[in-house]
Design a protein around this ligand. Structure first.
Ligand code: B1M
Length: 212
């Protein structure tokens, strides 16, 4: 079975969307857990894509195919990851900050929160601070999550927190930030309440912060 997960990773690296789609479903049907398919198949493949992209061995069109393959696989995991006995632990509003188009990690975090019984409002990508402010006013979430994958877009998280303060709604929510370049120290520096290193630990931290 480990071989099959390796094949999912290889197909993801090669950008074979249909193969990843099919093999992910087959693995789940064969009884492999969603967490294993995610970590040993999809994320393992995307880690390699990241390394090759950095090294200049892969280019944007190829990375986009791999991202599409990852999203196709994740859709099969959604029901398992979002399966929950707990109803309505609270509401999470989540989005990727302005200037940033990366959404795979943010979507994964959202799915995991769904699995923990949260109502999740996924705002999308490239979001101006005002969009987060409006969403807090509209949805009155207990948690607000911001994702940034680029060092150049990380400061937008701090700008958004300032916009929430100016709008007088900062104290209504716990703010969680995350994404590959974000650190615990950075989260503190910009005045976020919580830092999420990965999807699973983000859920644990979010629940603990709300006393759940
Ligand atoms: Co981009 N990209 N990319 N990219 N891309 C990175 C981030 C990069 C590290 C690649 C590299 O050089 N090694 C690099 C950033 C360098 C930096 O700033 N330090 C980079 C670059 C440079 C760029 C462009 C600038 C390239 C260019 O145009 N020259 C460009 C920018 C576009 C833009 O946003 N304006 C760009 C474009 C793209 C694509 C569009 C091609 C594609 C994104 C497609 C999509 O998302 N739909 C893409 C991809 C796929 C990547 C890599 C390869 C993979 C990201 C990913 O999905 N990882 C990435 C390399 C890497 O990260 N190693 C890279 C899998 C995902 C599950 O992990 O997103 O880290 P991740 O999420 C994790 C945690 O971070 C955390 O939990 C998740 C699950 O465990 N987490 C949170 C994330 N958000 C959270 C929020 C939370 C809590 C936890 O609370 C709210």
């Amino acid at each position: 079975m480990a071989e099959d997960l390796g094949k999912i990773a290889e197909s993801l690296i090669a950008g074979k969307v249909e193969d990843v789609d099919k093999m992910t479903k087959e693995s789940l049907d064969a009884g492999v857990s969603a967490e294993e398919v995610l970590n040993k198949g999809l994320i393992a493949g995307m880690d390699v894509v990241g390394q090759r992209f950095k090294a200049g061995d892969m280019f944007i069109p190829e990375v986009l195919r791999s991202a599409k393959a990852m999203s196709a696989g994740m859709e099969h995991l959604r029901p398992a990851l979002a399966e929950s006995d707990t109803k309505q632990a609270g509401t999470l509003v989540i989005g990727t900050v302005e200037g940033d188009l990366h959404d795979i990690g943010k979507n994964l975090v959202g799915m995991m929160f769904e699995g923990a019984g949260f109502k999740v409002v996924n705002l999308g990508i490239d979001l101006k601070p005002q969009v987060f402010v409006d969403a807090v006013k509209e949805h009155k979430p207990q948690l607000l999550g911001m994702s940034a994958l680029l060092t150049t877009t990380m400061p937008k998280m701090g700008e958004t927190i300032n916009a929430l303060k100016e709008a007088g709604v900062r104290d209504q929510v716990k703010i969680m930030v995350g994404g590959a370049p974000v650190t615990e120290e950075y989260a503190k520096e910009i005045g976020a309440d919580l830092y999420g290193a990965n999807a699973a630990s983000s859920v644990d931290k979010g629940k603990a912060a709300l006393g759940l």
